[in-house]
Write a protein that binds this ligand. Sequence first.
Ligand SMILES: CC(C)(COP(=O)(O)OP(=O)(O)OC[C@H]1O[C@@H](n2cnc3c(N)ncnc32)[C@H](O)[C@@H]1OP(=O)(O)O)[C@@H](O)C(=O)NCCC(=O)NCCS
Length: 174
Amino acid sequence: MAEVRLRRWRLEDAADVAVMANDEFFGPWSTMAADLDRWIRAEMAEEHGPTRAICLSDDDRALGRVALRPPDLASDAVRCQAVRESDQPAGELSYWLVPEARGRGLAYAAVRLMIETVVAGSGLRSVVLDIEDGNQPSIRLAERLGAERRSPSRVKADPAGTLRTLVVYVLRVA
Ligand SMILES: CC(C)(COP(=O)(O)OP(=O)(O)OC[C@H]1O[C@@H](n2cnc3c(N)ncnc32)[C@H](O)[C@@H]1OP(=O)(O)O)[C@@H](O)C(=O)NCCC(=O)NCCS
């Protein structure tokens, strides 16, 4: 079976991942739909922290993304009530796969690899996964990774003003 590989983003990847602009869970929070070219350039420059394209050992196409936001660039999720002092310093980890790549365990392998190769050297004690309530594939993935569900959940408006319930999962990395 082909192995998961992580690599830096390239301009040509934009077309392969553009479908994610309409994703039910990722789309509402992303600037991808507004300006795909700007989005890919921000990924290439790692403006918000380390970010990698997920691909396979025998297929260099970008099938997804895994990204780490260090505490100073992370959302309020890393400082919310559900995150304990003993979890700090906490970064924020996010992931997605294009629909055709889902259901094969690639996200699990990519997150493990990101933790081993990028998160491990960051000095963080934990990473926070900020997941919308009802996003079952992501919740299952968080559980499989060994992340702990925390409470309380919080309600937050996405950039379009839609209120969404978000649940924090905390994964210890050190
Ligand atoms: C989250 C994501 C990366 C998971 O990818 P994946 O590992 O390929 O996920 P799978 O399709 O294998 O599903 C993972 C688990 O959820 C389960 N699942 C999938 N769809 C489901 C659904 N609609 N309802 C309930 N469970 C579901 C699978 O059975 C699997 O469970 P298992 O580990 O017990 O077998 C992928 O779904 C995705 O990119 N989603 C859109 C973006 C997103 O939501 N990112 C996360 C934001 S927090």
